[in-house]
Ligand binder design. Structure first.
Ligand SMILES: NC(=O)c1ccc[n+]([C@@H]2O[C@H](COP(=O)([O-])OP(=O)(O)OC[C@H]3O[C@@H](n4cnc5c(N)ncnc54)[C@H](O)[C@@H]3O)[C@@H](O)[C@H]2O)c1
Length: 495
C-alpha cells in the first residue's frame, strides 16, 4: 500500500534520477542513491534547491518533513531497507539489465523495482532478474518533482498485483499514473512526442523554420490547449456543434496528404547539428541550465496553479494531492496525553508568489486565509471531521485582525491558537502568526466562532464530545496571559 513507502533506492541520479530524488525527499521519503559519477551529489544538491523553490511556491499546503539522503557505493546497497528501487541510469539495455538484476538479487522479496526508461520494453529490461514479477516500468517526465504523469507498463512476467501496487505508491506522491494497456516501445507519451520531434527536426533541416519559430508554433497555440484538454477533446470542439464525427469528416482526408514525413528521420549531419546548436544557443540568450530550469519551473507553477483553480488536468491532480496532504497534516486530533497548557501550534504555511501584492508583502486577504486555515486545524483537533460536518460546524461571525510586521515572499509561517472562552455554541479564540526563523510576531486575529446546525443553517450547541474537548482546552489555557490586543477596538488612541 501507498503508506508503506518510507525509503527508496535510486540507481542513477542525473536529470531524471535527481528529479525523482527531489520528489521523494520533498514528499518525506528517505532516499538511498547510487551513481558512479563523483559529481552526482553536487548536481543533485543544485536540482534539489530548485525543486524546493518550485514546490514551496506551488502550494500553500505545508510539505511533509523532508526525507534524508544517503549516498551509497553499490546498487545492492541502494536496495537495502527500502520499499521501492527506481532505476534511472543511461538508456542502454545491457547496462540497465545488469543494474536491475543486481538490485533484484539484493532487495527483500517484497521490494518493488521500477525503471524510468523512456522507451525500452519491460520484458527485455527484466531479462536478467531473478524475480521479474515485481518489476514495472515507471516512466516519468522532466521535471519529475512537478509533472504528475508517470506511465506504468508491465512486462510478460510482471505479476498481477505489481502494477496496482505501483499505482498506489506513485499516486500517494501526488502523481497521476497512466497504465499502458499493451507493452510497446516508447509507451504512449513518447510515441506522440517522437512524432512531433521528428517533424520539428525536418522543419529546421529543410530551412522552413528556425528552432525558435518551431517553438513559437507550439507554445503560442496548440501547447496552450494541450495543457488542459489534450488532443482529442480539443479537436472535438474544433468539430463545432456536430463534434468529433464532423471534425473527422472535415480533416480526416487531409491526413492522407503528404504533409508529414511520417517515420523518416533527417540524417543528423554535422551541418544540421551545427544549425540546431547555434540557433538553440541564440534562443537561450545566455541563460544557464539552472536558470532555464527555474524559468521553466516558475511557468509550470503558474500553469498548475491556474489549472488547479479550474480543477482540470494536472491542476485536478494537484488539488487532490493538496487535499490529501492537508488531511494528513490536520489529522492531528486531541488525545489524552496532549499538553494543552500553551497556545496550540496546529497550522503552518509559506508565503507564495501570488500572495505578494504591490507593496511587496502578503496581501491582507492572505492573513485571513492563514487564520481561517488555523481555525480549520483547530476544528479538526477538537474532532470535527467529514462525518461531523454533515450536521454541524463552526462559522466565523467576527474577526479582528492586527498587522504587526510584514510577511514576505517565501517566509515560513506558524500559527499558535489560544482558546479564550467557550460555551455550548460559541468559541472565542486568539491566533498569533509567527515567522519561523527569527520568531517575529507578524499578525494576530481574535475571532468569535458560532456553532451551527448545518442542516437547519441555524446556531445550535456543539456535540457533547466536541464541547468536552473545547472545554478541556479552555480550562487548560485559562491562566495563560492574554495579549493586550484581546478585546481591543479599532480607533486612533488620543492622549
Ligand atoms: N531526460 C528526460 O527527459 C527523460 C524523461 C523520462 C525518462 N528518461 C529516462 O531516464 C533515464 C535516465 O535519463 P537521464 O536523462 O536522467 O540521463 P542522465 O544522463 O542525466 O543521467 C544518468 C545518470 O546515470 C548515472 N549512471 C551512469 N552509469 C550508471 C550505473 N552503472 N549505475 C547507476 N547510475 C549510472 C550517470 O552518472 C548519470 O548521473 C533514461 O532511461 C531515460 O530514458 C529521461
Amino acid at each position: 500500500m501507498a503508506s508503506d513507502l518510507r525509503a527508496v533506492g535510486l540507481l542513477g541520479g542525473g536529470v531524471i534520477g535527481g528529479g525523482w530524488a527531489a520528489r521523494f525527499l520533498l514528499g518525506g521519503i528517505d532516499v538511498r542513491l547510487y551513481d558512479p559519477d563523483p559529481e552526482a551529489e553536487r548536481k543533485l544538491g543544485e536540482m534539489l534547491e530548485n525543486a524546493r523553490r518550485a514546490l514551496t511556491r506551488l502550494s500553500a499546503v505545508a510539505l511533509p518533513r523532508e526525507g534524508s539522503l544517503t549516498v551509497v557505493g553499490t546498487p545492492a546497497d541502494a536496495a537495502q531497507g527500502v520499499q521501492l528501487v527506481q532505476e534511472s541510469a543511461p538508456e542502454r539495455l545491457e547496462l540497465k539489465q545488469t543494474l536491475l538484476a543486481e538490485a533484484c538479487a539484493a532487495a527483500a522479496p517484497d521490494v518493488l523495482i521500477a525503471s524510468s526508461t523512456s522507451g525500452l520494453r519491460p520484458t527485455a529490461l527484466a531479462a536478467g532478474m531473478a524475480h521479474p514479477g515485481r518489476f514495472v516500468v515507471a516512466h516519468p517526465f522532466n521535471p519529475v518533482y512537478l509533472l504528475p504523469l508517470v506511465e506504468l507498463c508491465g512486462g510478460e512476467r510482471t505479476a498481477a498485483g505489481t502494477v496496482a501496487r505501483a499505482k498506489a505508491i506513485y499516486g500517494s506522491l501526488g502523481m497521476a499514473p497512466l497504465v499502458v494497456r499493451k507493452e510497446i516501445d516508447g509507451f504512449v507519451a513518447d510515441r506522440l512526442l517522437e512524432a512531433l520531434w521528428r517533424e520539428a527536426l525536418w522543419l529546421v533541416k529543410d530551412g522552413v523554420a528556425t528552432v525558435a519559430e518551431v517553438d513559437d508554433a507550439i507554445r503560442l497555440a496548440a501547447g496552450l490547449r494541450w495543457s488542459f484538454m489534450g488532443t482529442f477533446l480539443t479537436y472535438r470542439i474544433a468539430g463545432g456543434e456536430e463534434g468529433m464525427r464532423h471534425f473527422m469528416a472535415q480533416f480526416g482526408p487531409a491526413l492522407k496528404w503528404p504533409w508529414t514525413k511520417l517515420t523518416d528521420v533527417p540524417e543528423l549531419t554535422e551541418e544540421l547539428l551545427d544549425t540546431i546548436v547555434a540557433q538553440s544557443d541564440e534562443q537561450a540568450a545566455g541563460l544557464g541550465v539552472r536558470e532555464l530550469e527555474q524559468l521553466r519551473d516558475d511557468c509550470l507553477v503558474s500553469v498548475l496553479q491556474a489549472l488547479r483553480g479550474r480543477d482540470i488536468g494536472a491542476g485536478a491532480v494537484l488539488a487532490r494531492h493538496e487535499q490529501a496532504l492537508s488531511g494528513a497534516a490536520r489529522a492531528r486530533v486531541l488525545v489524552a496525553g496532549d499538553d494543552l497548557s500553551q497556545p496550540l501550534a496546529l497550522h503552518s504555511a509559506q508565503v507564495a508568489p501570488d500572495w505578494v501584492d504591490y507593496n511587496g508583502h502578503a496581501h491582507e486577504s492572505r492573513y485571513l486565509q492563514v487564520f481561517g486555515d488555523a481555525s480549520d486545524a483547530l476544528f479538526a483537533y477538537i474532532g470535527i471531521d467529514a462525518a461531523y460536518l454533515a450536521t454541524g460546524s463552526y462559522f466565523t461571525v467576527e474577526s479582528h485582525l492586527s498587522h504587526l510586521r510584514e510577511a514576505l515572499l517565501d517566509d515560513r509561517l506558524a500559527v499558535t491558537t489560544q482558546v479564550l472562552d467557550c460555551d455550548a455554541r460559541r468559541l472565542h479564540v486568539f491566533h498569533s502568526l509567527w515567522r519561523e526563523g527569527d520568531g517575529d510576531l507578524l499578525a494576530t486575529a481574535e475571532q468569535l466562532l458560532l456553532h451551527v446546525d448545518t442542516v437547519a443553517r441555524r446556531a445550535a450547541p456543539a456535540s457533547p464530545a466536541v464541547l468536552a474537548r473545547v472545554q478541556r482546552i479552555a480550562q487548560a489555557q485559562a491562566s495563560l496571559p492574554r495579549s493586550d490586543r484581546v478585546g481591543r477596538a479599532i480607533g486612533i488612541p488620543r492622549g
